[in-house]
Design a protein around this ligand. Structure first.
Ligand SMILES: Cc1ncc(COP(=O)(O)O)c(C=O)c1O
Length: 402
């Protein structure tokens, strides 16, 4: 029985339900009915973290000092590993004391950054569709979200001409993310230059989420915001170990960039948490120092899954372009079906879990996101079930012949 005077704060009750929590309920119900689920819903990598990472964590547990409170701002050693890794990857120098801050996963930092910088009523620019933390953090902070609509026609890139002048003038922060979740779009370097120019002109803090920095294929190398001249004066970039290193459960990521912006986040966090378990920082440092062949193997794994699923879906009528990065396919719904209906239909008829595109914002309607988090034999089983259930892509309404 719920008690009527125990009510959450408005900032919480105003939030729309988190779609992954809702999907979890539906999955539980399907499991109860005995369905063998193929869960391609969340971006939750399958398998273990790399062996050297696990070994480093185990060894670190033998040191008594690692069992106490870690330093608020992260260990000096992990921050220095971040700066070295960043310079090696993007040829940009960072001050490990002021321009790098370890986080309890990038989602934590993305959300808290909004609490550190957004006052109630401040305008925050967020693409639609986008990763939910990009708009939920600012919503919790009381910000006014302006959704910058992405479209297939514009290759899911932000079109600056669609942002009204008065909104741009009032905006405090612009969140963005390429390679993009959920659309899988990638952005050329010139796009990043345009973004920096726009933000500098309108005096907006840029927040780039480079979650899929290493999950890139066919020789493609994603651009990092801080590579762009002038970006470090106005922006920060979030990175995570969750995807590249199969460390989603370890909760470790970091933010790099402008020291003033990072300082606000650090100040907020010293009031809320004690930072990351030192053992996990040691493990993360080990991951950043792994030889290039590790990354190559990860890329090959996801590329193989991408190619396999795209080829299989082609036989079912889908013509999905090969994305150059991320761990997803962005799949249009058959004509006449919306995202939620299509995802539910698929779950009920086949036991395959995908995420409805509208979970990422209104502009994700008409698509579902498929995570490449199963081996090809399991993806093959998914394709077989789709075929058996008669689920195909219908680009146009089927009209009956007279
Ligand atoms: C764009 C994007 N940013 C951040 C995250 C969350 O990363 P973390 O595990 O570091 O919190 C995700 C997870 O799917 C993501 O897609």
């Amino acid at each position: 029985m719920s008690i009527n005077w125990i009510t959450p704060a408005n900032r919480l009750s105003a939030l729309p339900p988190y779609v992954f929590a809702r999907l979890d309920e539906l999955k539980a119900r399907a499991r109860e009915q005995g369905l063998d689920l193929i869960d391609l819903g969340m971006g939750n990598p399958d398998g273990f973290a790399p062996k050297p990472v696990i070994d480093a964590a185990i060894a670190s547990l033998d040191e008594a000092q690692n069992h106490g409170y870690p330093p608020f701002e992260g260990t000096a050693s992990f921050r220095s590993a971040i700066a070295t890794w960043y310079e090696r990857s993007y040829n940009v120098k960072l001050n490990p004391d002021s321009e790098a801050l370890p986080l309890l996963g990038s989602k934590e930092g993305l959300g808290h950054l909004a609490l550190a910088y957004v006052n109630p009523g401040d305008v925050v620019l967020v693409p639609s569709p986008s990763y939910p933390a990009h708009f939920r953090g600012p919503m919790i902070a009381g910000g006014e979200i302006y959704q910058v609509k992405l479209t297939a026609e514009n290759n899911w890139l932000i079109d600056f001409n669609t942002i009204p002048e008065d909104i741009a003038r009032r905006a405090k922060i612009f969140y963005f993310n390429y390679p993009n979740n959920p659309t899988t779009a990638t952005a050329p370097r010139e796009f990043f230059e345009e973004m920096v120019e726009f933000a500098r002109h309108y005096e907006i803090i840029l927040v780039h989420d480079l979650c899929y920095a290493e999950l890139a294929f066919d020789g493609y190398q994603p651009t990092s915001l801080l590579e762009i001249p002038g970006a470090k004066e106005i922006g920060v970039e979030f990175h995570t170990l969750s995807k590249t290193y199969n460390m989603a459960g370890w909760r470790v990521g970091f933010v790099v960039g402008n020291s003033q912006i990072i300082q606000g986040l650090r100040t907020l966090k010293t009031n809320l948490d004690y930072g990351i378990f030192a053992t996990i920082q040691t493990a993360a440092e080990t991951a950043l120092n792994l030889p290039g062949i590790y990354i190559k193997n990860v890329q090959d794994r996801y590329q193989k899954r991408r190619d396999f699923l795209i080829a299989g879906l082609q036989e079912l009528g889908w013509n999905i372009p090969k994305s150059k990065a991320t761990m997803y396919l962005w799949m249009p719904c058959p004509v006449g079906m919306n995202s939620t209906d299509f995802a539910l239909d698929m779950l009920q008829k086949t036991g395959i879990v995908v995420t409805p595109g509208n979970a990422f914002g209104d502009a994700g309607e008409g698509y579902v996101r498929v995570s490449l988090i199963a081996e090809c034999d399991r993806l093959g089983e998914a394709l077989k079930r789709l075929k058996q259930a008669g689920i195909r892509y219908q680009p146009e309404a089927v009209t009956s012949q007279a």
